[in-house]
Design a protein around this ligand. Sequence first.
Ligand code: SF4
Length: 475
Amino acid sequence: MDLQERVALKKADRSDLYTLEPPFPSTNFLLELSNACNHKCLFCAHQKMKRKVGKMSPEMVESVLRQAYELGTREVGMYATGEPFIVPELPQYIKLAKDIGYTYVYLTSNGSLATPERIRAVVDAGVDSVKFSINAPERELYAFIHGHDDFGKVFEHLVYLNQYRKESGKNFKIYITGILTRYTEHTRDDYFKVFDGLADQIVFKDVYNQGGYMPEIDHLLKCTYDTEQTRRCNLPFDALCVTCEGYLSVENADFENMLIVADLNKVSLKEGWYGEKMKEVRRMFLNDCLEGTLCHGCVHHCQSPAKPLMPEYATENPDIFLDWPVRERIKAAGKPYTKLVYVPMAADIIHPGHINIIKTAASLGRVMVGLFSDDAIRTYKPEPYMDYDQRKVVLENLKGVDVVVEQAEKDYEANLRRYRPDIMVHGTDWREGPLAAVRQKAFDIMAEWGGTIVEPEYTQGVSSSEFKRKVRESQ
Ligand code: SF4
């Protein structure tokens, strides 16, 4: 099976597998030897990862390799969230897998650490394929996407990999993958020119939300032609991923261990694969009832609250869904992107003034409404008619609103610093009176990262307070 076929299989309909106890996987076995990576790809959740960086113990590597082999697995990939060439013992682990009897041992690497010496070591150890993940075919774009100016170095390593294949007479495969984003989707043809004769196959993948860890990919990075709304996932039915801590995960790049189903320091691989937690996950998939898990956001291309399957193994990352690290990199590179527009409002009674503000904001970018909490409203207005959850539902269903977050106090500082919007939109009604100081503070904070404030003219003749007064008088 070549690389293209392997990639296609991941999204294929495998109805024969969709049961609570599918056969133990014979392929799709990934070992996260380490979760360290020396690159910082724009689309990769590694840049936000808070999980402690570490590497798998030699005992765990040997134990899971032997257990999986005994259960029928014949292929193993030695990578997941990290860069495999970071691991000094990589050649020994490849040799171990080959000695055990694995027929296909493969690597995916960014290639920057694959020096001639390291290449000779992994090739001599018996690796069956080496895939370089090269996400742009020229230096400047490469540095933008990878976060490192390593294109020249990677190219040299790729040339050497080909040269050593000839010299050694070993029959391993050399592949290139390019993860395409809206900034690189036009470069497909260039790959074939630049890497002509240097790979057995070049395979492209459209960037997607990194197993739900990067929902911002949908609005910042995905290819302009990509219209996928939902994604099929076969991983819980045909794949094994062991994290560097020795946990069995459903996902093959589980950055914060949100999808752990078993601790292989305590139970066997077989017990993990057929265990209750794994069955619970498969049941959720079979019933398409994934709410509350990372998989829900992944499959349905959305951002929704996600709890870990086994909280005791996950790393808490309250910043997991913040999109400004990616926005700031795009902005620094001087490339166009969808700006984040922050709009604070109470929205107790929606009137044309709100609609004007939302329309203005939507014309500037992706609208995040900072909805005042009930407590925040009480500090400056009478009790709201609708509580926070009711107001939130109304707003979430208004045209032009992309996301609603809580604005817990009248002062905007906390939310502005947390979400770092490019633009804030506020009516002119805060220019004078007690709100003038709040306005000045907002201007000062936004200026810290080059943000701006747009002030549409306050809509005269409509006021929630006035509506409420009339209602009260008519009762
Ligand atoms: S996050 Fe869940 S749905 Fe997405 S690829 Fe991973 S296992 Fe599949």
